[in-house]
Design a binder for this molecule. Sequence first.
Ligand SMILES: C[S@@+](CC[C@H](N)C(=O)[O-])C[C@H]1O[C@@H](n2cnc3c(N)ncnc32)[C@H](O)[C@@H]1O
Length: 356
Amino acid sequence: MGSRGRPGRDGVEDLRLDEVVDAQRLGCEAAGSPLYATVLDAVVDDVVTDGPSRRLLSLCEGATFGDAIVLRYLAGVHELVLAGRAPELARHYPSVGGTPGPGLAATFLDTVAAHEDELGAAMGRPVQTNEPGRSVALLVGYLEAARPGLPLRVLEVGASAGLNLWFDRYRYDGTDLAVGPSHSALQFIDPYVGAPLAALGTPEVATRRGCDLAPIDPSTSSGRRRLRSHVWPDHADRRRRLEAAITVVRDLPALVDRADAVAWTERALAEPVPGVTTVVSHSIVLQYLPLPQRRRFVEVVEEAGGRATAEAPLAWLRTEPAGDRAETRITTWPGEQTSVLALSGFHGPPVTVLPR
Ligand SMILES: C[S@@+](CC[C@H](N)C(=O)[O-])C[C@H]1O[C@@H](n2cnc3c(N)ncnc32)[C@H](O)[C@@H]1O
């Protein structure tokens, strides 16, 4: 992060590090993590007084607000807890059976100080929150993309461990809604509010593939630990969803290529593919792409939209931040039509379906 007042990589004015931490504290509070709100309150002071937290966060030179470096730092500490390497802090973390209590913030900062070198490595890793709850929002778009009646060719950008590539292996149940296998380990019961969403059947997926700069392999214990480290320790529902999704994908093939979003999408969309609706999808990814790459990515999709035909249609489905919530949009070609389909929190349900 640069000094205050200079335009950052995104053209957005840089914040001071303590302001960045405080903004994340507010985000965690608003998203129902009193544990992280308490911890980050102390981290603000640690940054202001030039403690280890300042040194660690300063390692991400050139990062923007969208890089969410405070989440890298929190996940690094959580990974230590999950690995059994921070037993004092574990007493406060519900993810390993603890209960937040007096001394949480001080113990957190002691842990950071004791593991500063290792946490330095965590600061170099991208945020890897692979949130199966986002499949609830994405499903609204997949159902829309399936309307022409063709099977789907799903291309997910920034897919992490690929958990949302398997959206059709999870169960969504509600009034007039029955999508996915009824026996799925991951069940979303009445996940929608707002306009009625009717679907009695699962969109057919012909092929699916994803890319990520740093794919996670959920079949390894280190991969699973990395995924768990990004679920906030006091978010029990998210933890249950992640564990259920891991169970679902356990015996399914790995589908995520190690590749950059722009080059991979350019290759995948080079030629229209007849007989399927190609769906380029992503959730909470664009903010991690530097602005020129973000612009190029949009160009690549729109250029491919220009080549789409009724026999080889294209849909661009995205669940991305819009202010303090996530918005699910779809653009379909030929004929370029964009609709906002749903609003949700950043981690998924409840998802508000918008009237069409
Ligand atoms: C916050 S995670 C979201 C993961 C997943 N889309 C989800 O919603 O559960 C962002 C992902 O984007 C990936 N990513 C960031 N920049 C990327 C790039 N230039 N190309 C491909 N993937 C990228 C990160 O590695 C990370 O897995």
